[in-house]
Design a protein around this ligand. Structure first.
Ligand SMILES: Cc1ncc(COP(=O)(O)O)c(C=O)c1O
Length: 400
């Protein structure tokens, strides 16, 4: 029997018996999808406003992606990094042309991208013992990325972690200025903190980080794993701010649904990374890179950045409008198609209620609903969602 044929009860009990219990999954069984729609095991349909946590930027069953999967199935899926294939260089070329940085390294996930970024920063700044990161940040679960993750509860069970990491509050210029020194190897920030509750860093703060990195010689790393590749309306989030980092890390939407991460480095790193310093068996494999090229081509040819910008501006206006009339909404934060709706109540319970009404949304921290819809989500789906959200939060139908 193919695993996708399992009944929902069988799927759940098999996992309970055999999987290491690292996840507390929601009892939701998506089985197929088309565009921004998901269909569960009973055939019930949903609007997906989470996109597999910012991965499925093009939605489901996108013709450009399925065409490539079909044609590449006959080719080599993997050749290792001992040998050449055409797609890594092509994808690197596209990313370098688009970012204005100088070289790319490919890996398999966000945490691996940050792991490599930390190693590269150490190579560029040998002997400097300190890294500065933000409270509430999230950079991944492997030991290096975890060491710079600002959620104490994620770190504590796994100590001792990397020494020399100092956490400062987001958007606090004075704390950053006080902490950066000539011992600082790197400053790592998410331009919009995702897991931390969708907290955008101000343009001024990012400019100050750039200035302080320049003054001290620290490597400035932007983790754009969640907010990058078009989600804020520019291909790189840093392009909307006008601050260029020394390293950008990418993952989630890059592989079109397959695991693919990238570290893009600027001239400050030139000459410091040599053969043997870092590597991976799978990273940048043929199929993932081919899909990465397709994702970039689709963003370009379907003008998805303009779409995200326009739809994002409309969504912001609508969210601020409902905030004025719904007391349960404390704050609205975000940009483009990345929004946090801070509530005066537990967000998970609200997300479950929305799921039962046909909308898949995420949460962040205790009380923030998180929206990360595919870039192709119809405006009408977002409008329908807002009506249901008001209903769920007030128990009343919204007047239009
Ligand atoms: C900003 C950010 N960095 C890093 C990661 C880790 O990525 P991955 O889960 O692919 O290892 C995530 C995942 O949510 C993220 O949002």
């Amino acid at each position: 029997m193919s695993p996708v044929d399992g009944s929902t009860a069988a799927v759940e009990s098999r996992e309970a018996a055999y999987l290491v219990p690292t996840y507390s999954r929601t009892a939701f069984h998506p089985r197929t999808g088309r565009g921004a729609r998901l269909f569960d095991a009973d055939g019930k349909r949903y609007w997906d406003l989470l996109a597999g946590i910012a991965v499925n930027a093009l939605g489901y069953s996108h013709p450009r992606i399925t065409r490539i999967l079909r044609s590449e199935a006959r080719g080599l899926l993997h050749v290792s990094n001992l040998f050449y294939h055409p797609c890594q260089g092509l994808l690197a070329e596209r990313l370098i042309e688009a970012s204005g940085l100088s070289h790319a390294f490919f890996c398999n996930s966000g945490t691996e991208a940050n792991e490599a970024a930390i190693k590269f920063a150490r190579l560029a700044n040998p002997g400097r013992p300190e890294i500065i990161a933000l409270e509430e940040s999230f950079h991944g679960r492997t030991m290096g990325a975890l060491s710079v993750t600002g959620h104490e509860e994620y770190r504590v069970p796994f100590g001792p972690l990397l020494p020399g990491v100092t956490f400062v509050p987001p958007n606090d210029h004075t704390a950053l200025e006080r902490t950066v020194s000539e011992d600082t190897a790197a400053i790592i920030v998410e331009p919009i903190l995702g897991e931390g509750g969708v907290i955008p860093l101000s343009d001024d703060y990012l400019r100050a980080a750039r200035r302080l990195a320049d003054r001290s010689g620290a490597v400035l790393i932007f983790d754009e794993i969640q907010c990058g590749l078009g989600r804020t309306g520019t291909l790189f989030a840093f392009q909307g701010v006008g601050v260029t980092p020394d390293i950008v890390t990418l993952a989630k939407p890059l592989g079109g649904g397959l695991p693919l991460g990238a570290v893009i480095v600027g001239p400050k790193l030139d000459g410091s990374i040599k053969p043997g310093h870092h590597g991976t068996t799978f990273g940048g494999n043929v199929l993932a890179c081919r899909l990465g090229l397709a994702v970039l081509e689709e963003i370009d040819s379907s003008h998805l950045l303009e779409r995200v910008k326009g739809l994002g501006a409309w969504l912001e206006t609508q969210l601020r409008r409902i905030q004025r009339t719904v007391p349960a909404i404390i704050d609205i934060r975000g940009r483009g198609l990345m929004w946090g709706i801070e509530l005066n109540r537990d967000a998970k319970a609200v997300a479950l209620e929305l799921l039962s009404r046909g909308y898949v949304v995420g949460t962040a921290r205790q009380n923030v609903l998180r929206l990360l819809p595919p870039y192709i989500v119809p405006k009408s789906a977002l409008a329908a969602f807002l009506t249901v959200l008001v209903d769920v939060l007030t128990g009343e139908k919204e007047e239009s």
